[in-house]
Design a protein around this ligand. Structure first.
Ligand SMILES: NC(=O)c1ccc[n+]([C@@H]2O[C@H](COP(=O)([O-])OP(=O)(O)OC[C@H]3O[C@@H](n4cnc5c(N)ncnc54)[C@H](O)[C@@H]3O)[C@@H](O)[C@H]2O)c1
Ligand SMILES: [Zn+2]
Length: 368
């Protein structure tokens, strides 16, 4: 049975439905949310090849007509150029204020389409149908949308909540293993942030989940969405505690920026490494016991999560990485905000970071 959970955001609140084979019933789920019986689907070539037909057929069953815009897969599509091209293509279709955009794909499609929906005609509705583990546990929840700039990731964007999120776990069966694991990193993140019970659950079930057990996957997705929804409901615009969701991300974004946001290092892989760097920095600063880092590393080993930037390349430029930190959005009054940890489930936000110590940790972590 599909599970339904609500993101409590008052008039902007919405449902996340998680379950198997939801795509073939998409018309039924979407119909109550749309104002006219026509929608525009945005997807990428890979996802469209697998799932566009299934979606358009399900929409037709409820007499919902659809047009689709298919873009190239990959992080490169979250660029200003692709964004302006998408907006022009959308305008060509003569949308009106009642138009609904459907994002069918991973985080790239969700972020790009959500941002387009937030500015097209000053804002139209959108629905997310995430098809990667990463987008099902993370990017489709919370309303952050955006694209990248040459100055960094997600620097151009908006908050725009969807009307509905349909997470069909069955679509994960075609996802490459590497992408599945990258998404799993964001799942583990919720355990690291504030839920040691969930981390223990992942220690027990993570390997079976990654081997393709859809029941366990559904359970992990629901637990993750609940964790994210609770944080987002408490702090929609990231005034304070929402920043906890960036655990591992300041480090991770620096690694991603250095490798050029491509296939060398996927976002989730960078986050996986970034979280270990946050643990290492916390241990070095004397605020986290070594045994907690060891426990985290043991789970990485058991699930093959990448832990070391040194496995990607040996010659990381530490000055460049430090520079990326100062460019990261999470900066207030010139002070760097970092998420550090006192142990598993005990992440906290701090601006009190010793730059020299940070540099040393980075150098050590990158050499490992
Ligand atoms: N908005 C947020 O809150 C938020 C949170 C986390 C991450 N993000 C963003 O999400 C993006 C990463 O998302 P992603 O990992 O989903 O990447 P993605 O959208 O690039 O998808 C990864 C790859 O998998 C393919 N794919 C997608 N679904 C598939 C399926 N079911 N079967 C086979 N192939 C499939 C895609 O074509 C792509 O090549 C990053 O840009 C990141 O910044 C946003
Ligand atoms: Zn992330």
């Amino acid at each position: 049975m599909p599970e339904n959970l609500r993101v409590e955001l008052g008039s902007r609140g919405y449902d996340i439905i998680v379950g198997e084979r939801l795509l073939s019933k998409a018309g039924e789920y979407i119909l109550p949310h749309i104002k006219t019986k026509s929608v525009i689907i945005v997807s990428d070539e890979t996802v469209a090849r697998f799932y566009l037909h299934r979606l358009t057929n399900a929409l037709e069953e409820k007499q919902i007509s659809s047009r689709s815009i298919i873009v190239k897969p990959g992080e490169g599509t979250k660029s200003l150029d692709s964004f302006s091209e998408l907006l022009e293509t959308l305008l060509e279709q003569k949308p009106d204020r009642h138009t609904t955009l459907i994002a069918l794909g991973g985080g790239v499609i969700g972020d790009l389409t959500g941002f387009a929906a937030s500015v097209l005609l000053r804002g139209v509705n959108f629905i997310q149908i995430p098809t990667t583990l990463l987008s099902q546990v993370d990017s489709s929840v919370g309303g952050k949308t955006g694209i990248n700039s040459r100055y960094g990731k997600n620097l151009i964007g908006s908050f725009h909540q969807p009307l509905l999120v349909l997470a069909d776990v069955t679509t994960l069966s075609t996802l490459p293993k590497r992408e599945l694991l990258a998404g799993y990193a964001e799942t583990v993140k919720y355990g690291f942030i504030n839920d040691p019970g969930f981390f223990s659950w992942l220690e027990k079930n993570g390997a079976a989940l990654l081997a393709g057990d859809t029941a366990l996957m559904s359970e992990a997705i629901i637990k993750s969405c609940k964790a994210k929804a609770a944080i987002v409901a408490a702090d929609e615009k990231e005034a304070n505690i929402r920043a906890l969701l960036n655990f591992g991300h300041t480090f991770g974004h620096a690694l991603e920026a250095e490798t050029g946001y491509g296939d060398t290092l996927l976002h989730g892989e960078a986050v996986a490494m970034g979280m270990i760097m946050a643990f290492k920095a916390s241990v070095a600063m004397g605020i986290c016991p070594q045994s907690e880092l060891d426990r985290a590393l043991a789970h990485y080993k058991a699930t093959s999560l990448p832990a070391s930037p040194g496995d990607i390349r040996k010659d990381w430029n530490i000055d460049h990485l430090m520079e990326h930190f100062t460019r990261d959005k999470k900066i207030a009054d010139g002070k760097l905000t970092f998420i550090l940890t006192r142990g598993i489930g005990k992440a906290f936000i701090t601006q009190d970071v010793n730059k020299e110590q940070l540099r040393d940790t980075l150098a050590l972590a990158c050499a490992a």
